[in-house]
Every structure is written in C-alpha cells, then in structure tokens.
Write a protein that binds this ligand. Structure first.
Ligand code: S3P
Length: 165
C-alpha cells in the first residue's frame, strides 16, 4: 500500500478521521497544518494569515508536504486549501498516494465550525460558502475515494474507509 491523503473542506473531519484510520492501520499520522505551524515562527494559523498573508502560508504548506516526500505507509491530513496549492498537490500525487475526499455539506460544516475562531478563511461565512463552492470541482478531481461524512461519526467514517480500502 502507499500513503493515504485526506482532502476536503474545513470541518469535514480530515484530522479526526485520518487519525482514526492511522490508528487502525498502525501507520504514522501527519497533519500538514501542524507541520506548517512548526515550520513557521508563529503560534497559530490565524497569526500566519494576519501577519504574512495566505501566499506565505501556502509556501510553508508546500514545505510541510516536502518534509513527507520520502515517507511511506503514512496517513496525511491536509488543510482544506491544499487543492489550490497545485505544487503541493503534485508532490503528494508523486508519492502514489490514495486521495480520500471527505465530503460534507456546507450546512453540516457550519454546524461543526460555528463559534470556532481558529480558521482565518472561516471568519466570514458568506465568503467561506463561496470558497466551498469554488473548491468542490477540485476535491472531486483529485479524489480516488469519496466518503460523505454528514451522517457518520468519526469512527464510522474511519470504518467505512478501511472497508473501501
Ligand atoms: C484552510 C484550511 C485550514 C488551514 C488554513 C487554510 C483552507 O485547515 O489549512 O486555515 O484554505 O481551507 P483545515 O481544513 O484543517 O481547517
């Protein structure tokens, strides 16, 4: 088997489900947002966006992916915007990874993220909704497997993915 890469919009459950799948497979788990933060001198992703801007964040996000390029049999949870970071996607695709798109409706995402202030691109809900719509085509284009998480708990979604694999 190769690596598993979770893609999907903010709040789709990529980190929680990715960790659950990694546990079941006894594979290492990596989160590109955490790696990105480690590569920066900032404490939060909000700080990176506010002080350096999104392009700077995307460059660090690419470097985070680069750190993983020689690893095998790992599970990677990506940030929701990785699909607009084409060089990062190309690098991930080079590793022959299986891309799992965790799909969730915007209404469900809104329920999950309401009141959560840790995401700079979810501060304005109308803008977040447009971003969601603008990314759908890319999530589908890059996905090898699509799993809708609206009706699933984390462990149910992980179970479903293990079955599909
Ligand atoms: C982003 C999603 C976030 C994080 C950053 C940008 C995006 O990750 O990478 O705030 O562009 O959708 P999550 O999808 O884990 O929230």
């Amino acid at each position: 088997m190769v690596n598993l890469v979770f893609i999907g919009f903010m709040g789709a459950g990529k980190s929680a489900v990715g960790q659950a799948v990694a546990r079941q497979l006894a594979w290492k788990f990596y989160d590109t947002d955490l790696l990105t933060l480690k590569l920066s001198n900032f404490k939060t992703i909000n700080d990176i966006f506010d002080e350096k801007g999104e392009n700077f964040f995307r460059q660090l996000e690419y470097q985070a992916v680069e750190c993983l390029k020689n690893e095998q049999n790992i599970v990677i949870s990506t940030g929701g915007g990785i699909v607009s970071n084409e060089t990062a996607i190309e690098l991930l695709k080079l590793s022959n990874a299986c891309f799992i798109y965790l799909e969730a409706s915007f209404e469900e995402i809104l329920k999950r993220l309401r009141g959560n202030t840790s995401r700079p691109l979810f501060r304005d809900i109308e803008k977040a909704k447009m971003l969601y719509q603008s990314r759908l085509e890319r999530y589908h284009r890059y996905a090898d497997i699509v799993v809708n998480t609206d009706q699933y708990t984390t462990s149910e979604a992980a179970e479903k993915i293990i079955q599909l694999l």
